[in-house]
Design a protein around this ligand. Structure first.
Ligand code: SF4
Length: 388
């Protein structure tokens, strides 16, 4: 199976897998101690992009996201070269949202200038916590001072600064978390993502928790802290437009919205995912195999072997996914979508459950749509299970 060239792609994802270290909680395709492959990988990325451009034509692009890994370790000269290829291969629309993920400990003025010159509009900064000791115990060697310096030097140059925070890191007290949120409200940022710490199998965090060497906060503590966070951010001018995402009005992430609306996007690089509107693909996750496959390819067809995963959801699976993604967003789910998929008793039972959640205060709605309230967002998974 190969990515459908007719897919109406307006968004690109570019994966930069290199990291200065491997954080103990990290589930991503991320490589520490592989910096000697950066240049070779960059050449392969370029080739993958050019072959796609030759195959699909010059698409008009509205959003680009450099994720990782740690894209802020992309050498500035190579990154500028990458932008040359992107501009030659695609038509970048005026106002194209271009995001770069940044690890605060990996930034200097030369990079900030290069990012600005390249046309990056948005930095997504992995703050996670300001507790140097806890971060270091999780093998993330980043200092609070790195965050402050970055915010100070970057805020005049980019339209949007966003920060990622992790709720539920072991050893972070409620008071410390609250101080972080109060600090973030005063930062010159337009967007905050708050993610619950997730324990992924086969990570050092997973084994630490399994051996009871690392004690995580209880679910009740996490939910209460999340609820406090939502209330505090809403009370300070941030809009919660998705379960984990808050923005000053008008500064919502357009790229992530593409994922949540199940619109097509094309990913390039190690382990990168793509979606053509019907099927989802994931690239090879082994660096050597990725490099070998791309280097020996001359056409997009030759790159078919790059996909280690390709799945096409059934209509019913796609509907469930649409429902789940819709519930995570502020605008919720349209009744039209429900009525198109459910009829008779099934539709009546579904409607009854939604009414029950509305009575309990976990949902709200009108004749067009229904959505989760803040209390519903805290138990989103339970609600999805009940509805299905
Ligand atoms: S910096 Fe990010 S991508 Fe790299 S290891 Fe840490 S969490 Fe993973």
């Amino acid at each position: 199976m190969i990515f459908n060239q007719l897919a109406d792609v307006e968004s690109l994802y570019i994966h930069w897998p290199f990291c200065p270290y491997k954080c103990h909680f990290c589930p991503f395709v991320a490589l520490a101690n592989h910096d000697e492959y950066m240049e070779q990988y960059h050449q392969a990325l370029k080739k993958e992009i050019i072959l796609y451009g030759n195959y699909a034509g010059s698409k008009r692009i509205k959003t680009i996201f450099f994720g990782g890994g740690t894209p802020s370790t992309y050498p500035p000269n190579l990154l500028l070269d990458m932008f040359g290829i992107l501009k030659d291969t695609f038509t970048l629309e005026d106002g194209c949202e271009i995001t770069l993920e940044v690890n605060p400990g990996t930034v200097n003025l030369e990079k900030i200038n290069a990012w600005k010159a390249a046309g990056i509009t948005r930095l997504s900064i992995g703050v996670q916590s300001l507790n140097n000791t806890i971060l270091s115990s999780l093998n993330r060697h980043q200092k609070a001072q790195d965050v402050f310096s970055l915010l100070e030097s970057a805020h005049a140059h980019f339209q949007v600064l966003s920060v990622d925070l992790i709720l539920g890191l072991p050893g972070i007290s409620t008071q410390e978390w609250q101080e972080l949120i109060y600090a973030a409200i005063l930062w010159p940022i337009k967007h905050i993502s708050v993610y619950f710490l997730t324990v992924h199998e086969d990570t050092p965090l997973y084994y630490g928790v399994a051996r009871k060497k690392i004690i995580l906060p209880t679910d009740d503590t996490m939910i209460a802290t999340y609820q406090w966070t939502v209330d505090t951010l809403l009370g300070n001018g941030f809009d919660q437009y998705e379960v984990s995402n808050f923005a000053r009005r008008g500064f919502e992430s357009r790229h992530n919205t593409v994922y949540w609306k199940r619109l097509p996007y094309k990913g390039f690089g190690l382990g990168a995912c793509s979606f053509d509107g019907a099927s989802r693909f994931q690239n090879e996750k082994n660096l050597m195999r990725y490099l070998n496959t791309v280097e020996s390819a001359d056409t997009m067809e030759n790159l078919a072997g790059l996909s280690v995963m390709a799945e096409t959801l059934t209509e019913h699976q796609a509907w469930i996914e649409e429902l789940m993604l819709g519930l995570r967003q502020k605008n919720g789910v349209s009744w039209q979508m429900i009525h198109a998929k459910l009829s008779g008793e099934k539709c009546a039972a579904f409607t009854e459950k939604v009414q029950e959640f509305i009575m309990l205060g976990h949902m709200s709605g009108n004749s067009d749509r229904f959505w989760l309230t803040p209390s519903g967002r805290a138990i989103e998974n339970e609600i999805v299970v009940a509805l299905l």
